[in-house]
Design a protein around this ligand. Structure first.
Ligand code: BGC
Ligand code: BGC
Length: 673
């Protein structure tokens, strides 16, 4: 009965009927022992449009794929579809199991050494590569290594870390994104790596989400422009110094209810396309070769049907993305994400493969996964045609990227060179461009030569805070300034730019004698977090000073002195900061700038004659909440409760504007939504 109505779904009448059953698609179909992915749950809407990839179909290459595929055994094919984590697999195992890919997760380095050298990365890449080239396959298939170089090559010791996407969004400069992506490709190449799990392209709709900083903006048009620029810069049509992009996370990761990580996105298909899929149109149009699937679930707001986890969603992965949009690269699953599909485990998920996932990220349980998948194909649970399609896509990407050219990682130009992972001038420029000036009273900025500048705050001399999550470690924690020998903190950057024109007083150390000063710079902010740990769950208010009372305390103390207070906020999201604004004469949103603190000094400290060296250029990538409980960026929420500052807001030295005292609302908790 349920099965029939589901198959009939697509007409509004049957859809209402199903919605009335009130149970999520995965629950009832799982109970019936069938795959939700096999049922034609609803028709694709006409909103899904085809897009033309910059990398077209090459007949000769397709013939080559046929030739390679025809010589492969089932074991070899499933090996190609398997991605293991470097901590859990040796080169010898790569050879024996015909493994198609490895990754290093956030905070995973060769030899488990946080300070692994560029040479050590290349040596490990070479070891995996030669293992893949010494199998007994008829045609040896080179292994592909993926990494989260999400703001520069951020897992690598001594690599330059660029601002997180939220800051780059404020720069509103696609050409800059292209350059950063090109530098990132160069950096991963220098370490022997082929593939980057970026760009992340959610148009985040709720500041509660702990991955908000991985988003360029809540504005889909900006996300689209940036994703295409990023892919152009990174892939470079696969010339020298290029890497393969992975656009993530498909689909709706930035739209979950209340911003819950891995949660449920409730949206119509039209909204999916208009809000959440724009980054894919941009990236795929520019030739992106891989897409990472998202942890979130999707419920169709039009039909009320809960389609369950994206990792089991054949309609969106295969029908929409591959067939309708026309994506001909491969889909990679997210970290152990298959286990969240009902009926699956970390090591077994025919549903995901049948839904259209081509390569499975099974960091640790890859051996059991290979065994299980082999049995499932032999039992007919996964059709051989699906396996062939998956491997065909993987081979296509490896061929297009030139991986079959016989060049070992260490033989690439620039491999092993520390200079390849360092792009400090570019990163410093990106920091400058990303800064957003929210307020500037009493002409607090720019600070004039001759001034005695007191620098305070927990973020002033703290690289982990300015780098944020996905920096050397997964959450960006468990690191200190010593882990970043090349980096410049905000304080160090101020000192470097100040030279002898200013007196910079370090007020960050407890008990330091600060003496007299003219202006204070207070560098406050969030402490590092990444996915899962970074959420601000309902019902907590999204007031910065509730989560970081020490920052409020500091600004209160500074304000009492009567001297101008310049606040620099380091944060991965926009939050409610009216109380902090009132205690500040000038207020700069610096986002998560990365390793180049001098980019901040470039804009704050005036040059000769008191003229700015650089004006502010950033325009806020996200709205700033005007109410501590309104955390959604959905147009309706913003219309009902206007933000304090809309997206796009940003003052300039050449375009000042008075910001008076703001009203402050201080609830601890919000109503449930
Ligand atoms: C994240 C991805 C990341 C992957 C590999 C997952 O937990 O969601 O963004 O690429 O891990 O580290
Ligand atoms: C992350 C990985 C990380 C791991 C740590 C995953 O969710 O995506 O990159 O290394 O968790 O347990």
């Amino acid at each position: 009965m349920k099965i029939n109505s589901r198959i009939l779904a697509g007409t509004s009448a049957s859809v209402v009927l199903i919605a009335g059953l009130g149970s999520p698609a995965h629950a009832d179909t799982a109970a019936l022992g069938m795959e939700p992915t096999n049922a034609a749950t609803t028709a694709l809407s006409s909103d899904w449009r085809k897009t033309r990839s910059a990398i077209g179909v090459d007949r000769k290459l397709e013939t080559e794929i046929d030739r390679i595929l025809s010589g492969m055994s089932l074991r070899q094919k499933i090996g190609q579809m398997t991605q293991a984590e470097i901590k859990s697999i040796t080169p010898e195992e790569v050879r024996t199991y015909y493994i198609g890919s490895v990754l290093n997760g956030g905070g995973s380095w060769p030899g488990k050494d946080k300070h692994a050298s560029v040479a050590a990365w290349v040596a490990l890449a070479d070891a995996y590569y030669s293992a893949s080239m010494s199998t007994d396959m008829a045609v040896k298939v080179p292994i592909i290594w993926g990494t989260d170089a999400v703001h520069g090559h951020s897992n690598v010791y001594r690599a330059t870390i660029f601002p997180h996407n939220i800051g780059l969004g404020a720069a509103r400069d696609p050409a800059l994104i292209r350059e950063i992506a090109a530098a990132t490709a160069k950096a991963v190449r220098a370490t022997g790596i082929d593939w980057v799990f970026a760009p992340a392209v959610p148009a985040v709709q709720n500041a509660r989400w702990g991955r908000t900083y991985e988003s360029y903006s809540n504005d889909p048009a900006l996300v689209k422009a940036y994703s295409s620029a990023y892919v152009e810069g990174l892939q470079q049509r696969f010339g020298a110094d290029s890497a393969i992009a992975s656009v993530k996370h498909f689909l709706g990761d930035g739209g979950t209810h209340n911003g819950t990580d891995q949660g449920l996105t409730i949206a119509s298909q039209r909204e999916l396309v208009r809000t959440h899929a724009q980054g894919y149109y941009g990236a795929i149009g520019a030739g992106a070769q891989t897409v990472m699937v998202s942890y979130n679930s999707w419920k169709d707001a039009d039909t009320g049907i809960d389609h369950g986890k994206m990792h089991g969603n054949r309609m969106l992965l295969t029908d929409a993305l591959k067939q309708r949009i026309g994506f001909d690269g491969f889909l990679i699953s997210d970290w152990n994400a298959i286990e969240q599909v009902p009926g699956c485990t970390k090591a077994s998920c025919p549903q995901s493969i049948n839904a259209g996932i081509d390569m499975i990220m099974v960091p640790d349980d890859w051996k059991a996964f290979i065994d299980n998948t082999t049995k499932q194909v032999e039992a007919g649970e996964i059709p051989m045609s699906r396996i062939d399609d998956a491997v065909r896509r993987i081979l296509r990407v490896k061929l297009r990227a030139g991986m079959f050219d016989g060049i070992a990682p260490s033989a690439h130009a620039g491999a092993g060179q520390l200079a390849g992972v360092q792009h400090r001038e570019l990163a410093r420029r990106a920091v400058r461009e990303s800064l957003v000036l929210l307020k500037n009273e009493r002409a607090a900025l720019p600070i004039k030569p001759g001034a005695r500048v007191l620098v305070v705050g927990k973020g002033a001399d703290n690289i982990p805070i300015q780098a944020g999550g996905w920096s050397l470690t997964w959450q960006g924690d468990e690191t200190t300034n010593e882990d970043y020998p090349e980096a410049q903190s905000v304080l160090a950057g101020l000192r470097a730019v100040a030279g002898s024109d200013f007196t910079i007083i370090d007020g960050t150390r407890v008990g330091a004698a600060v003496g007299d000063y003219d202006v204070a710079i207070a560098v406050i902010g969030e402490t590092p977090y990444a996915e899962m740990k970074g959420d601000v769950p309902q019902p907590a208010a999204i007031t910065h000073s509730l989560r970081h009372p020490e920052d409020l305390q500091l600004l209160r103390t500074m304000a009492k002195s009567g001297k101008p207070v310049v606040t620099v906020l380091l944060s991965g999201r926009t939050s409610y900061v009216n109380d902090l604004l009132n205690l500040s004469d000038a207020f700069v949103a610096a986002w998560l700038p990365g390793t180049e603190g001098a980019g901040i000094a470039d804009v704050l400290l005036a040059g000769a004659g008191g003229k700015p060296r650089h004006d502010f250029r950033g325009r806020s990538s996200f709205p700033w909440p005007g109410d501590p409980c309104v955390t959604s960026f959905a147009p309706a929420a913003l219309a009902a409760t206007p933000p304090q500052f809309p997206a796009g807001y940003g003052l300039r030295y050449t375009r000042p504007k008075a910001v008076s005292m703001l009203s402050v609302s201080a609830p601890q908790r919000c109503g449930m939504q």
